[in-house]
Design a binder for this molecule. Sequence first.
Ligand SMILES: [Zn+2]
Length: 506
Amino acid sequence: MPIPDEILDEERQILSIEAQLAELREHARKESLAILDEFVEAKTAKVPGRPVFNAMMERIERGEAAGILAWHPDRLARNSVDGGRIIYLLDTGKLATLKFPTFWFESTPQGKFMLNIAFGQSKYYVDNLSENVRRGIRQKLRRGEFPGKPPIGYLNEPRLRTIVVDPESAPLVRRMFETYSAGRFTLKEVRKQLASWGLVNRAGKALALGSIKRLLMHPFYVGQFYLKGELYEGSHEPLISRDLFERVQEVMARRGKVHTKRRESFPFLGLLQCGECGSAITAERQKGHHYYRCTKKLGPCTQRYIREEALAAQVRQAVQQVALSDGWAEKMLGKIAEWKTEAAQTSAGFAQESQARLSAIQAKLDRLLDAHLDGAITREEYLGRKEKWLREKSALTDRMAEIRRNGNHWLEPLENFINAAHQAQIVAAGHDLESLKDFLKRIGSNLRLSGQTLRVAYENPWAILARHRLPAAPCATQTGETTTAPSLARCPRLDPIGENEKWWAR
Ligand SMILES: [Zn+2]
């Protein structure tokens, strides 16, 4: 009778847990750790309130055990509450150490920092994913592909994913440029003509004046495009000549008063909410300065405005808060490189060993079948033993897959994160307000302004950097040291910002 899938899945999970337990017992034996109790938690670590985890933590708080041995930090905590509880016990000394077969940990500022990152890294996977999307867009740009919907006159070619000339609207766009370049018509008059030719928007209505103006200034028609203020050479076919385009720009400049006032750029517009009433924060220009203030659309509010310079300084500080100095970045990247090498060696060694054991099991299975066919053992005996060997075989296969996954799956996001945190220093030191804003959006959410003060809820793992002040430079390791872990015995403690602040309870 076939076994239903859900039973197989359950079985697989149990086998995987069994395999981890076996590995952990082996690890404990090698490290001479006395195991007081084993805890298996089937519930996912994403939400706090797991009964087995809580029971374990209570016993540690009572002083029954001094350490935890776990498969990987992500098995212990994937939410900030559980993670914070563990770090807190380490800080207060109730927990002397943590051990993982798949993760280096040492109860030092660096060690806790890395542990925090491991606890918070599931969120980082998501960030990393969007970083990959951005990387894809950059690749497209390099190839000259416009990453989006092209202006009227062109079409997206869905199969080849390229942009092609639209045979219907392209001649009309050309005619629009030629008509306007003569300099005899206002935009309003051009608009009427366009409507009569049938060059209309997607809703079938006449194009707005602003749209026509944008089209007439759009470099896409001469084979280029702007993205985030940068000009790119497109791979699409130009619709008009550079000469015609320039003539149109001259006419546009001459008829300066016709087109609407150029929009001011307010880098922090649309970024913030009022901390008092929750309304959006808007921006305006007064006497040559940029100001940001509450729109007060959600009711009465006592908040005052803030000058852009003052706001920029605070954004800069918020970014600076998560910046890693050159020394730290270098140290951490070096450590990550070491781990990568170790992980590669471990998994290679393990794979070899496992392969040998798999072959041994297969040989046993073959002999078992022979024995059964020769009539040396009964069918019941055969089936019973076969099951045992098959279980062991699949446990081993699972373990191999697990080692491959866990070996360094957290190292790449960690490396990217360290690089980004290092970049924060450059952004914070620069004068580009757009970059500052982009970085702030990347590291924080729920951006609020109240009492002329910016408040940021940092996202993990940025929150870890923001929460702790790392010493200005990593401490020197002792000379002649053999351990791979940096020795920080003489380093100052990694102090949470704000005394006695139970950040993990927030
Ligand atoms: Zn307000």
